[in-house]
Ligand binder design. Structure first.
Ligand SMILES: Nc1ncnc2c1ncn2[C@@H]1O[C@H](COP(=O)(O)OP(=O)(O)OP(=O)(O)O)[C@@H](O)[C@H]1O
Ligand SMILES: [Mg+2]
Length: 340
């Protein structure tokens, strides 16, 4: 549905210099999927989305959205292609002097859709986003979450094939965020629209994304379905999606019964594994750990699609650490001594 090949964007800056905002980006997003784009500030996320909206042309490369190469279109063909792309902003960016219904119908008015048809579509959209009966409200009379619902309805008015969302929930509280995310998923489920979400919140990716791309310095550092990116728990996205459990204070000594109450030194192991249906790695790890004298000090489990990712902090007797690491690695479990 969306295919970027070799996309670069170079901005000229003062004194003849240049900034490489995107550097050879290759990216594929399946039709009807929800794709997250994450990365540090300055990584190129907004530049990427501006290129996807065709507001900017890449310096190099091709951006094919719904079969059309945005980089080569001009004039009316480009305007038609843009109508296939809906945009949701961080702050809903509504027209304050117009009602919710007028805001939603605005793109249809611009597209010359007759008033009666427009009204019917607006009613349909108000219902879709859970704002039946609120069409006459002005933005100032709506909550932040409700304004964002209006923003989503407006973006969907013209039946776009793609919905691009730039930080759609970062101005909202936890409850409104959850509602907006489930609305976006609902919209995708009923309309089949392809959704691209820029976000700095990993919780958003965990909650609704089918696939995700990590950008860094304008390059794709990692991309794939959630299952794919966590398959290797040592990769940056896997670490971000399922972070290491926090261990407040690391015990350095513990009583080991095999030494008749004598204190022995302990070390902390970081252990990471993925479980798939029918392969209960978690049970294997816990069994191995307890049979080898390790204590589970902290743990996190996260289900992403059909995969479960587990991270454990194990406190183990120092003299036994190497043996335990070896045993875990034999079972395809990633284990290392946590750096102090
Ligand atoms: N119009 C421009 N002219 C010059 N440089 C630009 C322009 N737009 C972006 N850049 C530069 O391109 C790089 C990527 O910027 P971009 O805004 O895409 O990052 P971002 O990932 O969206 O960051 P943030 O999370 O802070 O929004 C940055 O170094 C930025 O300074
Ligand atoms: Mg940005």
């Amino acid at each position: 549905m969306i295919d970027l090949t070799g996309v670069s964007k170079v901005y000229p800056v003062k004194n003849g210099g240049q900034v490489v905002a995107l550097d050879g980006v290759n990216l594929h997003v399946d039709r009807g999927s929800i794709h997250g784009i994450v990365g540090r500030s300055g990584a190129g996320k907004s530049t990427l989305i501006r290129c996807l909206t065709a507001l900017e042309k890449p310096t190099e490369g091709h951006i094919v959205v719904d079969g059309l190469d945005l980089a080569t279109l001009t004039g009316s063909a480009l305007r038609a292609a843009r109508r296939r792309i809906g945009m949701v902003f961080q702050a809903a960016n509504l027209l304050d002097a117009r009602t919710a219904a007028d805001n939603i119908g605005y793109p249809l008015k611009l597209a010359g859709v007759p008033a009666a048809k427009r009204r019917a579509r607006v009613e349909e959209l108000l219902e879709l986003v859970g704002l039946e009966g609120r069409g006459d409200s002005y933005p100032s009379q709506l909550s932040g979450g409700q304004r964002q619902r209006v923003g989503i309805a407006r973006a969907l008015a013209d039946n776009p094939a793609v919905l691009l969302c730039d930080e759609p929930t970062s101005a909202l509280d936890t409850e409104s965020t959850a509602q907006i995310l489930s609305l976006l998923r609902h919209v995708r489920d009923v309309s089949g629209v392809t959704v691209v979400i820029i976000t700095h919140e990993m919780a958003v990716v965990r909650e609704i994304c089918d696939s995700v791309t990590l950008l860094g310095h304008g390059q794709v550092l990692q991309t794939g379905t959630l299952e794919e990116v966590v398959a290797d728990p040592a990769t940056p996205l896997a670490r971000e999606l399922v972070p290491m459990p926090v261990v407040e204070s690391v015990p350095t000594e513990s009583a080991d019964s095999r030494f008749e109450g004598n204190a022995v030194g302990t070390v902390l192991l970081d252990v990471v594994f993925t479980s798939h249906p029918g392969v209960p790695t978690g049970a294997t790890v816990l069994h191995l750990a307890s049979s080898m004298g390790a204590d589970v000090t902290a743990g996190t489990f996260e289900s992403l699609g059909s995969v479960q990712v587990g991270r454990l902090a194990l406190t183990v007797p120092a003299y036994h650490a190497d043996k335990i690491i070896e045993q875990l690695r034999k079972n395809n479990v990633h284990a290392e001594v946590r750096a102090q």
